[in-house]
Design a protein around this ligand. Structure first.
Ligand code: SF4
Length: 125
């Protein structure tokens, strides 16, 4: 397989794993979806893990040890930044950490983060 072909295979694999989300996907399911052999599939999963893009977790499935693959990166939706005050802020051009206008001390930004951030359950770390 060419280098471009391999990269395309890695990208396809990463997309499948990202689409699987928090449930993850068994390595054997990934091979099937990619149309790859088990050896190629293992190599791809290992490479993606070494690149820091996924996590492989050992799992006993159907009496055999395999890996479940989870994405380490998440898709970001535009919805997650809707309402951020920085987009309409007149001070945005001079705002920087440690600058005259500092985002760390910005009440508008702090208020928006506190209003939109998911609350952690009490006792959760
Ligand atoms: S952090 Fe505050 S001051 Fe800086 S751009 Fe955002 S809203 Fe404006």
């Amino acid at each position: 397989m060419s280098k471009a072909g391999k990269e395309s295979m890695y990208q396809k694999a990463l997309k499948i794993i990202m689409d699987a989300g928090e449930e993850g996907i068994l390595q054997s399911e990934l091979w099937k979806l990619l149309g790859a052999t088990s050896r190629e599939g293992s190599r791809i999963a290992l490479k993606l893990e070494r690149r820091g893009l996924i996590v492989r977790q050992r799992e006993l499935h159907g009496g055999r040890w395999t890996y479940r693959l989870f994405p380490k990166i998440r898709k970001v939706s535009v919805a997650s930044i809707v309402g951020c005050p920085c987009f309409t802020c007149p001070d945005a051009f001079r705002c920087s950490p440690g600058g005259v206008v500092d985002p760390v001390k910005c009440y508008d930004l702090i208020r928006w983060v506190l209003e939109t951030a998911p609350l952690e359950e009490e006792g959760e770390e």
